[in-house]
Design a protein around this ligand. Structure first.
Ligand code: HEM
Length: 404
């Protein structure tokens, strides 16, 4: 791939906020070449797109930034999946695919998993609390969400590390420019994850349990029959659900702790008044939104923000841009956990809005409860500058070195 366009995309991904600012203050919409899309970054316009799913299809929501090489594609061809999933489906198909996920992530199911989540959060902190320092992404943020969503889906705990790893590798393969050999290795890790998910599908089909994998298997197959096509579809759904469930939450744990510690008075306030934890989570989700945006494609000619778009036009719907729009959030570039709750769009809106938002919020709250109560002296390690990962879908620090 030509390195210069990728370099510009990389720069936009690491710091998209000046781009949002620029397009918000322009007349109408602006086409942004790096994203190959019309960038929608005002709160009012993002809401309009999300409220008109029949005019703005999700078919291109997961369009990769980088097409894998033929050798990597050949490896992927030996795996499972590659079928439409809830986030890329429209209309009736979308409703059919979403229903079992909503049931599997219901408030009651989330409540059931909370004791396990609290126990795991405490155990992960136990492992480093005496060390005086930690790299939080690897020791905690990349671990808790995978364990929790693994439990909800019904994965064998021994399989969770390979499934989490496979999710990160899928993201790298589709969104980062990797060397050829690295692409093939990443594709192999993705396929290994898919085989684990396929085993889970076959086991739950034979012996149903009270878990989300069973929920998906029973609602998307006919009784007594599990065809190869069913297995491909189910692995695609599980892979999408797991990636949507753990990479996002991992990222938000990272950015939440980062911004609290970059603003030490906010961290001190939170330690003194932990009842502010839910508000701190909302502010972190608003201020540096994990899922910065997804694409949509117009199904008919539309006029948006006064700009006429033909059918088939790609728009990039920037939740992260809407969340920094001064028309909705006064002083949008200030991280302030005391701000009155304003409606941010970090978890989307409308038919595709995030069905896992409660689960994500609970994990963030438990994390902040653990860290504020056990490590109030937490600070960013002074000699380890923080860099952001170049991604629009799982915005987070690469590494987060902390000390106390
Ligand atoms: C910090 C954590 C999270 C953030 C910021 C987040 C954000 C979002 C957003 C903005 C959407 C809407 C996408 C669109 O409009 O196209 C979405 C959809 C989705 N999220 Fe989340 N999410 C998070 C955690 C989770 C978790 C924990 C799960 C599952 C356990 C999950 C599962 C999904 C699924 C399946 C969809 C697609 C829904 C549909 O298309 O109908 N997410 N998420």
């Amino acid at each position: 791939m030509d390195s210069e366009p990728h370099g510009r995309l990389d720069a936009l991904q690491r710091d998209p906020y000046p781009h949002y600012e620029r397009v918000r203050s322009a007349d109408g919409l602006v086409f942004v070449a790096e994203l190959d899309a019309w960038l929608v970054a005002r709160d009012v316009d993002v809401r309009e797109v999300l409220r008109r799913p029949e005019d703005f299809s999700s078919a291109n929501a997961l369009l990769p930034d980088v097409m894998p090489s033929p050798a990597a594609l050949a490896v992927l061809g030996g795996g499972f999946g590659g079928r439409p999933v809830v986030v890329t489906a429209d209309g009736d198909l979308h409703q059919r695919l979403r229903a079992p996920i909503v049931r599997g992530l219901s408030p009651a199911r989330v409540a059931e998993v909370l004791p396990y989540t609290a126990e795991r959060a405490a155990a992960l902190v136990d492992a480093f609390v005496k060390d005086g320092q930690v790299e939080l992404m690897s020791a905690y943020a990349r671990r808790l969400p995978g364990e929790v969503i693994g439990r909800i889906v019904g994965l064998d705990p021994d399989d969770v590390p390979a499934v989490v790893h496979g999710g990160h590798r899928a993201e790298e393969l589709l969104f980062r420019p990797l060397e050829e050999a690295e692409q093939v290795a990443a594709a192999e890790d993705v396929v290994a994850m898919q085989h684990i998910l396929d085993r889970c599908v076959r086991e739950r089909h034979a012996r149903p349990r009270e878990d989300l994998c069973t929920e998906l298997v029973t609602s998307l197959t006919t009784p007594g029959e599990l065809t190869l096509e069913h297995r491909h579809e189910l692995v695609a759904h599980l892979q999408n659900l797991l990636i949507a469930g753990h990479l996002t939450t991992t990222a938000l744990i990272g950015t939440t702790v980062l911004h609290l510690l970059r603003n030490p008075s906010q961290w001190e306030l939170l330690c003194a008044e932990p009842e502010r934890i839910p508000a701190a989570v909302e502010e972190a989700a608003r201020y540096d939104s994990t899922l910065q945006g997804f694409r949509r494609v117009t199904t008919v000619p539309v006029t948006l923000a006064g700009t006429e778009l033909p059918a088939g036009a790609t728009v990039f719907v920037a939740f992260g841009g809407a969340n920094r729009d001064a028309a909705r959030h006064p002083r949008p570039d200030e991280f302030d956990i005391t701000r009155p709750p304003g409606k941010h769009l970090a978890f989307g809106l409308g038919v595709h809005s995030c069905p896992g938002s409660q689960l994500a919020r609970e994990q963030l709250r438990l994390t902040l409860a653990e860290l504020t109560s056990r490590l109030p002296g937490l600070r960013l390690a002074p000699d380890q500058p923080v860099t952001m990962r170049p991604t629009m879908i799982h915005r987070s620090p690469h590494r987060l070195h902390l000390a106390w």
